[in-house]
Design a binder for this molecule. Structure first.
Ligand code: ADP
Length: 157
């Protein structure tokens, strides 16, 4: 079974890494899918930088691959031969947003199922947005992101 894990990963955090590792034990193939929409406007890291950071995080996991896409997520899943979309749930606010997205995707293609995985409790407060905010003020990052991501963030700020 193949699944895609779509997101911005700007940058990849310990929360994302935990989800990827857990998904890789359940699914035969995990494709991390970087959406390219409004890439230039809002992201701190370029698409290539984000891909590089994800690859470094996943070197030890054999069934994980990284791709970028510029399309509807369901269309990208279909193109990759994946029947599942993985999304993470950290809180109730994630839940309402994610369920709406899942239902919209279901209405576009009922053959692609969205799978939700609850965040591990020790990572449930981590988001890429907060990581960037902390990095911008020179705060401590090691519990939030891997060492290579800390180094990349330090170069940016
Ligand atoms: P997006 O902009 O699509 O939300 P993100 O990179 O922020 O992209 O998140 C990608 C996916 O990873 C989402 O499903 C999100 O809920 C999940 N996620 C983000 N942070 C965590 C975390 N700390 N623990 C578990 N899942 C997470």
């Amino acid at each position: 079974m193949k699944l895609i894990y779509p997101g911005s990963f700007d940058p990849i955090t310990r929360g994302h890494e935990d989800m990827i590792e857990r998904a890789s034990k359940v699914f035969d193939h995990v494709i991390i899918a970087l959406g390219q929409s409004d890439d230039k406007k809002k992201q701190l890291f370029s698409l290539d930088e984000r891909i590089e950071l994800i690859k470094k995080s996943c070197t030890k996991i054999r069934n994980v691959h990284v791709h970028s896409y510029q399309a509807l997520t369901v269309d990208f899943a279909k193109k990759m031969g994946a029947s599942f979309i993985l999304r993470g749930l950290r809180s109730e606010s994630d839940y309402s947003y994610e369920v709406q997205r899942a239902l919209m995707n279901q209405s576009i293609d009922k053959n692609i199922e969205t799978i939700f995985m609850a965040s591990s409790p020790q990572y449930s407060f981590i988001s890429s947005t907060l990581v960037k905010e902390i990095a911008s003020y020179g705060g401590e990052l090691t519990s939030l992101v891997s060492k290579h991501v800390v180094d990349a963030l330090k170069k940016k700020f």
